[in-house]
Design a protein around this ligand. Structure first.
Ligand SMILES: [Zn+2]
Length: 90
């Protein structure tokens, strides 16, 4: 199993789960497919929207630009769930 890395937002104390750029990109492509279907412009749309989409994962949903703090996964044991907000820290 892949190690889970967690980060905490210093402003709102929300815990975020780190995702790789690849994961986020796959999700983005799925989203565009859902929205555009087989429309030939889908690829163009995906490319145009990707930078903003990725940028939205680079910080907490509260909009804080403060540096996220690492959280030890051990400290969070028992509270882990899949509903943690995703974040890309790279
Ligand atoms: Zn926050």
């Amino acid at each position: 199993m892949e190690a889970i890395r967690l980060w905490a937002c210093p402003s709102c104390h929300r815990v975020l789960r780190e995702r790789s750029v690849d994961e986020v990109q796959r999700r983005h492509e799925e989203l565009v497919r859902e929205q555009c279907g087989t429309n030939p412009s889908a690829e163009f749309v995906a490319e145009a929207m990707w930078p903003a989409y990725l940028a939205s994962f680079r910080r907490c949903r509260c909009g804080s630009r403060k540096r996220l703090k690492p959280v030890s996964a051990a400290a969070m044991r028992g509270q882990l769930d899949l509903h943690l907000d995703p974040v890309v820290v790279q």
